[in-house]
Design a protein. Sequence first.
Length: 356
Amino acid sequence: MKKRKKVICLFLCICVLGVGCGSKTSERTQDSGQQAEENNNKENQEVKIGFSFDSFVIERWIRDRDVFVSTAKKLGASVNVQNANGSVQEQISQIQYLIDKNVDVLAVVAADCAALSDVMHAAKEKGIKTISYDRLILNGDSDLYVSFNNKAVGTLMGKELKRDLPDGGQIIMIQGAEEDNNVKLVYQGFMEELEGSNLEVVYEAHCKGWRAELAVDYLDEALEKYPDVSGIMCGNDDIAAQVVRVLAEHRLAGKVQVVGQDGDLAACQRIVEGTQTMTAFKSVELLAKVAARYAVSMAKGEKLSRINSSINDGSGDIPFCMLQPISVTSRNMDEIIIDGGYHSVEDVYLNVPRED
């Protein structure tokens, strides 16, 4: 139990965002009274949250949805979930639908981080609080951004490849959707970490819409050009699954270092089996719980607290609750994943004996 608490604490937001005060005592007293009355009225109403997802192509979004909805429900809120199935126009239409439904708070996993600014501003004009969930909506002036330190994800990937490939080598990058701002941040952290090393990126590709199956053709093409590749950086663990399958067909599984992110169960299994090197673990359950609690708090007119950072979305700085990823390898699998309660020992070691 102590280990589990230690792991979970690594993710917690720890700082407080300052709030400015008025200049006159009487005005402050009056404003405080009005705010208290508004808060009391909101306390007596059911909180309505709209949540628009890019798609459920990536398995983790289903976990995000379920944990967010259950957490919000426990806090007395209802959640209207919309799935855009990867269509930007459909997502804009669904967000407008949620605006028309007069939700109190709108959370969005953007299909295209640069295409939703207008509809997000339309929500704010209706008095709806807005949350960029995991992906930063550019120029959206969101009231809150809740995500992980995505640049650190790339840094962790780069560090592990440098550790396992001290003599250097050729690196292939098969990343996620270019429209996802997180992909750019991961790329930045990864490339900065490789600077000055003997690792050379020789091939880059992006899986449009985060469709992991596209990695198969990309890797086949890359291996024709670079058969002596030493490592492969994958945009997430779904992509890593496809990469490892192709490597197995070429009898290279376990010989080429593969890194990914998310901490999926299948990725943890591949890590203990020796076909994937690491995953940048992100507790999506914690992310969803934190976001749901903030959403309910915002709907009730409460001030944001325990926000540990800010980020510029293009329109200005917005509050950023930034959670930290952890590098998970075979060396710390038991400590982080199993002792942390994220996956069971039976599931992780399903296909291989566990070393004591």
